[in-house]
Design a protein around this ligand. Sequence first.
Ligand code: NAD
Length: 285
Amino acid sequence: MAAQILDGKVMSEKLRREIGERVLCLKREYGVVPGLAVILVGNDPASEIYVRNKEKGCLEAGMHSETVRMPAETQQEDLEREIDRLNRDPRIHGILVQLPLPEHLDEAAALARILPEKDVDGFHLLNAGKLMTGGEGVIPCTPRGALYMIQQTGVDLTGKEAVVIGRSNIVGKPMAMLLLRENCTVTLCHSRTKQLAEHTRRADILVAAVGRAGFVTADMVKPGAIVIDVGINRVDGKVRGDVDFDAVCGVASWITPVPGGVGKMTITMLLQNTLEAAERTARRG
Ligand code: NAD
C-alpha cells in the first residue's frame, strides 16, 4: 500500500491561521505586535528569496517585519552594531541573521551577539545547550517543523527507533535531540557512518538531511516507517528531496514530499518562534 502523505502545505496553513489568531489576542490583551527583524548581508539570490518569503509570512500573520539590508563588504563591528540595536528595540522580538554570511564575517560571533530570547532561529549556544540539557529554549525551525509533522501521524514515539542522516548544527543534531526528548532510541548517521543501510533499515522514523537528491532508496527503508525528507536539492531546475520519493512510497507508511513537505514548515515555525518570544515578553510585562 502506498504511504500516506504528510502534507506540509496543509499543516502549515492550519498553523498559520492559529498563529494569526494568537497575534490578534496578543494585540488585544497587551497591545503587543510580534516583530521579526531579518539581517541580510550581501545579495545572494537564494537568500533574497528566503528573506522575501519571511517578510510575506510575517505580514500575512499580522506581525511587524523589518529587513535590514547591508552591503557585502560590511565589517563585523557594523553587523554587530546592527544586532545590538535590534536587541534593544522593544518592537523586535525575533532577530535572524540570514546565513550564509560573506566569508570574511564571523558567523558564530554574530549569532552569539543576538540576545538568546530574541534568537528565533535557535542557533545561539544557550538555546542549543538548553535543547541538549532538557531546558525550555528556542528550537531551530526546520527540526521543529519536522517533529511537528512526525507527531501528526499520531504514532506513539516512545521507544521507537529513530535514525537521522546528517549531523549539521541546524538540522541533524537538533533533530536527534528532539527525537531523544520524545523518548525515541536515536542513531545519528553521517558521512563517515559505515554500513548506513543497516542503520536505516532498523528505523521506525527515518529523517534524511543530507543534501543529495534521491539518496535514500527503497531498500534502505523499513516497511511501515515514517520517512521525513528535509533535503532541498536543485536538479535540472527542479527541487528534489534526499529521498527517492516514488520508490519509498511503496515501503513507508508515512512520507513527506519535496516540495510541499518540511520546507513549507520552516518559515511557519519561524513565525511560531517569533510569536512565542513576543508572548513571553508581554507576559513578563
Ligand atoms: P550540511 O551539508 O550541513 O550537512 C549534511 C550532512 O549530511 C552532514 O552532516 C554529512 O555528514 C551528511 N552526509 C553527507 N554525505 C553523507 C553520506 N554519504 N552518508 C551519510 N551522511 C552523509 O546540510 P544541512 O544544512 O544539514 O542540510 C541538509 C539538507 O537539508 C540540504 O539539502 C538542505 O538544503 C536541506 N535543508 C532544508 C531546510 C528546509 O527548510 N526544509 C532547512 C535546512 C536545510
